[in-house]
Ligand binder design. Structure first.
Ligand SMILES: NC(=O)c1ccc[n+]([C@@H]2O[C@H](COP(=O)([O-])OP(=O)(O)OC[C@H]3O[C@@H](n4cnc5c(N)ncnc54)[C@H](OP(=O)(O)O)[C@@H]3O)[C@@H](O)[C@H]2O)c1
Length: 301
């Protein structure tokens, strides 16, 4: 296990959901010298207490850190990273008493746009920020994390938390080694990620094919879907134009598969409602037709 050398003032960090994202972020924070408490179900808690969290990463190196783990949060924290899948969010939130995050920041790194308001109904809005992570990281077993992307970038923004709290959380993440930016516009940040992600996730899952095959065999459908989602995204506060969204969809490596597709193939619940469902609800609220999105969501449901 690595020696922990504090690089920034020692803070207390909770990680709700020690999976691909939470495990990586928490292990990096622990390696940077922070007190990290992972919150999970009993079998995962037992595994983490026994063996810590191991990370395999070309960017951050291979390392193992001892960590604390518990089924509920028991002490106040400076930062609570929420990194469960959206389908597990309501049950997982029972592990975090609101009073223990009231002086800190709750930072969800889930894909989707609507969960931030859910968190503001559970916690004081002054303690809630929105976050977006760009990374490819997989939990291969409890406490075993394989980080495959040559990047790991977190963006934070909040329309309800004081900027000093957001900055202080950003400092923890930056000090842990993650490329970290604070942004002014929460809605733009969330919708820009969803605009790029939703077509990739829905079409690779629907056709059980990597994006390269989707681009060639289902091109018209891809263009229709990207156009719909980008139109909805712009109406919802996003900045990604249809042209930019199309160009993003061209930029994925041909063999790229989405995590929604991997979840579907493994028989796990998929984040369909948080991704496709959210686009449809926003389309309806803006009076924008979204027939391709609606058909794909119905087919995948
Ligand atoms: N992975 C990526 O590369 C990536 C990139 C960008 C965004 N995201 C987004 O980040 C979010 C998390 O994804 P992920 O890939 O990290 O998911 P994941 O690997 O499936 O991890 C989810 C974790 O949540 C835990 N969990 C489930 N129910 C729980 C509960 N009731 N209480 C506490 N913990 C619970 C699971 O615990 P067990 O270990 O006990 O099963 C698992 O460790 C998703 O919204 C995803 O779309 C992921």
């Amino acid at each position: 296990m690595v020696d922990m050398q504090p690089t920034t003032p020692r803070k207390t960090v909770a990680i709700l959901g020690p999976g691909g994202v939470g495990g990586l972020v928490g292990a990096l924070a622990a390696r940077a010298g922070h007190r990290v408490v992972f919150l999970a179900g009993p079998p995962t808690v037992e595994a983490l207490r026994a063996d810590g969290v191991s990370v395999t990463s070309t960017l951050f190196g291979d390392f193992t850190v001892p960590v604390e783990a518990d089924t509920v949060l028991r002490d106040p924290v400076d930062l609570c990273v929420v990194a469960v899948k959206h389908t597990a969010l309501p049950a997982a939130l029972d592990r975090v008493p609101a009073s223990l995050v009231s002086d800190g920041l709750v930072l969800p790194l889930l894909n989707g746009v609507e969960h931030v308001d859910t968190l503001r109904q559970v916690f004081d809005p002054a303690s809630v920020a929105a976050g977006v992570i760009r990374v490819e990281s997989t939990r291969t077993a409890p406490g075993r994390i394989v980080h495959g992307s040559p990047f790991a970038q977190v963006d934070l923004a909040s329309r309800t938390a004081p900027p000093a709290r957001v900055d202080s959380a950003a400092e923890i993440l930056r000090g842990a080694g993650l490329t970290t930016r604070t942004r002014d516009d929460e809605q733009a940040m969330l919708w820009d990620k969803l605009t790029v992600l939703a077509p990739f996730a829905l079409l690779t899952t629907r056709h059980r094919a990597p994006i390269g095959e989707v681009r060639t065999a289902h091109r018209d459908e891809l263009v229709e879907l990207v156009t719909e989602v980008a139109t909805v995204g712009r109406a919802s506060g996003g900045t990604v134009t249809i042209e930019a969204a199309l160009s993003f969809s061209e930029g994925f490596p041909p063999g790229a598969r989405s995590s929604m597709q991997r979840d579907a193939e493994a028989g796990r619940p998929i984040e369909l409602d948080a991704i496709g469902g959210a686009v449809l609800r926003a389309a309806r609220s803006h009076g924008i037709p979204a027939p391709t999105t609606a058909r794909l969501v119905a087919q995948l449901a």
